[in-house]
Design a binder for this molecule. Structure first.
Ligand code: APR
Length: 179
């Protein structure tokens, strides 16, 4: 599924983020940036020890913020590490923090002249954010950003399950209706 907002293609695919060939992939990390399970573990396994060596020098990352390393052995040249909110009940600032993850990751991409960025479904695994709510926040935040900045050229969401793909597809269709 693909929709163009302004000058940016927003694509949804089902697949494995570590195989992406976009300029950067976004990692759903934790505040230490020192690795974890889920997509974080997969990125460090596929990208090799260089990514962790660079992460050690970054001094961690706040929730809703984003920091860049190279991609090590990944096909993607860079990894943008962001820290999603742990979901409690949606009443503790989770939507604003999740939106910030997407917008700060895209800020970092633009600062480094990157034209294509792939995101996982941040916070929807270990951090427990309900897929449909996360999808709405993620697509809304990306839509807002690319309409304002008219960059990058491509934002792709790489969803790991049919359920995630469906939730993000429904949210993308909703955002498109705002056009
Ligand atoms: N490609 C794409 N998506 C993936 C992959 C992969 N290879 N592996 C897992 N996912 C999906 C999960 O199915 C989930 O929908 O990524 C989404 C995010 O799940 P998590 O990786 O658990 O991330 P999150 O919920 O943000 O929790 C972050 O988990 O691994 C730790 O260090 C990380 O402590 C942090 C926490």
């Amino acid at each position: 599924m693909e929709i163009t907002f302004g000058s940016t293609k927003v694509q949804l695919v089902e697949g494995d983020l570590t195989r992406e060939t976009t300029d950067a992939v976004v990692n759903a990390a934790n505040k230490t940036l020192l690795g974890g399970g889920g997509v974080d573990g997969a990125i460090h396994r596929a990208g090799g020890p260089q990514i962790l060596a660079e992460c050690r020098k970054l001094g961690g990352c706040e929730t809703g913020e984003a920091k860049l390393t190279t991609g090590g052995k990944l096909a993607a040249r860079y990894v943008i590490h962001t820290v999603g909110p742990v979901y409690r009940d949606g009443q503790h600032g989770e939507p604003a923090l999740l939106a910030s993850c997407h917008q700060r990751s895209l800020d970092v991409a633009l600062q480094h002249g990157l034209e294509s960025v792939s995101f996982p479904a941040i916070s929807t695994g270990v951090y427990g954010y309900p897929l449909d709510q996360a999808a709405e926040v993620a697509l809304g935040a990306v839509h807002e950003f690319v309409i304002e900045h008219r960059q990058p050229k491509l934002v792709r969401f790489v969803l790991f399950s049919p359920a995630a793909f469906q939730a993000y597809s429904a949210a993308l269709a909703q955002v498109a209706q705002r056009l």
